[in-house]
Design a protein around this ligand. Structure first.
Ligand code: ACO
Length: 433
């Protein structure tokens, strides 16, 4: 196999290096295209553009494979704890017991937020969407946790302590913000957790404990939460992760970069789909449950309705996370003794779509968001909080990519464009227009 790709343009031939990844995927390095041929590439939505080299997550959309640092998502979702996965994603190896204990201790030591953040949270209108609040509060954390000044002969990227401190701080404070956003919506007091509990157990306590009641661990809830967080923890160069990398590439801080990632995740074509799926399933139920009617709408190009939770930019066979979540939704509802008609509607929609040429020819399959909302609903998490839960899970992935980008000294992200506007023209005074 040649390691060069050739381009013939305007009677000239140009050669470009072909880079091969560790799973044998190939990419043409076009970085010299402009200097050599005065050309750029154009690829709206970056549908076929690699923005970086990364050793964090491998994904094969055709075969439905997802691996974090070489470990299959199925294996991790079944056997690992979310904090182990966070460590794995960020540092590249599974932690041993003492590494994991130290990681948790360092997170716990930072598990406090400035009291003024409560005032900021309380100043938002009750109707404000939790994703907007979470993004703002994450950004506000910067004011209370300013980055240390970097000396001239040192750089942030090479100061591992500085980076480590930012990482454990963020992993410590985001769950508190998430829990508080949820509690405020419910009118519950804003309290801290019990750091003798594990990371995920403590998150469930912080979110759900009612005043004057002891917290009793519910294994079904904690295990479901652990699995959901792991399944959402990373997904290589998706919209929000690319946002985090591009914001961080300007040397913006970790908190600023993650705050931008939260905003990018919010949209309904990305993480916001989990809320949109449940709203869609409820709308179908309230309309009498005729899934066929909504299938027709989804296929009608003149109708803006899309089958939310279906389709994916890279998965063209199946989304391995959706398979795990579908089974988990079934198990969680059974274990909690819930008979939710919405699960039946979801299964029937899925069955119809998988037998419909519109969906099969376009390779549209259920994605991670199709069944996750059903589990969140069973855990009594309100719809508006679904994407916040996704963000909570995605934090380690964002951190891992931000760290990788900084450690690799990746250049500032700055795409080019093909200008299609007016050619040069002269200013016309207002009285002559
Ligand atoms: N319902 C109906 N038709 C769809 C759907 C859908 N959910 N998704 C894609 N299509 C159709 C498109 O209309 C298009 O049809 P055409 O070729 O006749 O024009 C074709 O399938 C390809 O779709 P694109 O939008 O071009 O694919 P793209 O890769 O740009 O978008 C996306 C992927 C955004 C996920 C899309 O499938 C979608 O909108 N899905 C619903 C929202 C959703 O579930 N998002 C969550 C994704 S997972 C995540 O981000 C965590």
């Amino acid at each position: 196999m040649s390691d060069k790709a050739k381009l013939n343009f305007d009677n000239n031939e140009y050669e470009f290096q072909v880079i091969v990844g560790s799973e044998k995927e190939k990419a043409i390095d076009v970085s010299s295209l402009r200097s050599e041929a005065n050309l750029i590439t154009i690829d709206p939505g970056f549908k076929n553009t690699g923005s970086c080299r990364s050793s964090i997550t491998f994904l094969d959309g055709e075969k439905g494979i997802l691996r974090y640092r070489g470990y299959s998502i199925e294996d991790l979702a079944e056997n690992a704890s979310f904090l182990e996965v966070a460590f794995l994603l960020i540092y590249g190896q599974l932690p041993n017991e003492s590494e994991l204990n130290k990681f948790l201790d360092d997170i716990n030591e930072n598990s406090i937020v400035d009291e003024d953040l409560k005032k900021i949270l309380e100043s938002f209108p009750k109707s404000a969407h939790p994703m907007g609040i979470l993004s703002s509060l994450t950004s506000a954390l910067i004011a209370f946790n300013p980055e240390k000044k970097i000396s001239l002969n040192n750089s942030y990227n090479s100061d591992h302590d500085l980076m480590y401190n930012s990482i454990v701080k963020l992993l410590a404070k985001i769950p508190i913000l998430v829990a508080w956003v949820h509690r405020r919506r419910k009118g519950l007091p804003l309290e801290y957790g019990d750091y003798n509990l594990g990371y995920v157990d403590n998150i469930t306590k912080m979110m759900f404990q009612l005043p004057n009641q002891d917290y009793v661990k519910n294994n079904v809830i904690v295990n479901a939460m652990n699995k959901l967080l792991i399944l959402h923890a990373d997904h290589e160069q998706n919209c929000s992760t690319s946002t985090v990398r591009i914001v961080g590439s300007s040397e913006a801080s970790l908190f600023a970069s993650v705050s931008a990632g939260i905003s990018a995740l919010w949209g309904r074509l990305h993480g916001g789909a989990n809320q949109a799926v449940l709203e869609m399933l409820e709308a179908i139920k309230n309309d009498g449950g005729d899934t066929k009617k909504f299938m027709v709408k989804a296929k009608d190009k003149n109708d803006p309705f899309r089958l939310m939770g279906f389709g994916h930019r890279v998965y063209k066979n199946f989304d391995p996370r959706a398979r795990i979540i579908k089974k988990a939704a079934h198990d969680v509802l059974k274990d909690l003794g819930i008979d939710d008609p919405i699960l039946k509607i979801a299964k029937s929609l899925e069955k119809e779509a998988l037998n419909d040429p519109y969906f099969t020819s376009r390779k549209l399959y259920p994605n991670v968001d199709f069944y996750s909302g059903i589990i969140y609903k069973a855990l009594k998490i309100p719809k508006e909080m679904f994407t916040v839960m996704f963000a909570l899970g995605r934090v380690p992935g964002w951190i891992a990519h931000w760290r990788e980008m900084r450690m690799n000294n990746d250049p500032i992200g700055r795409p080019r464009q093909v200008y299609t506007g007016e050619n040069r023209r002269s200013f016309v005074p207002i009285n002559k227009r």
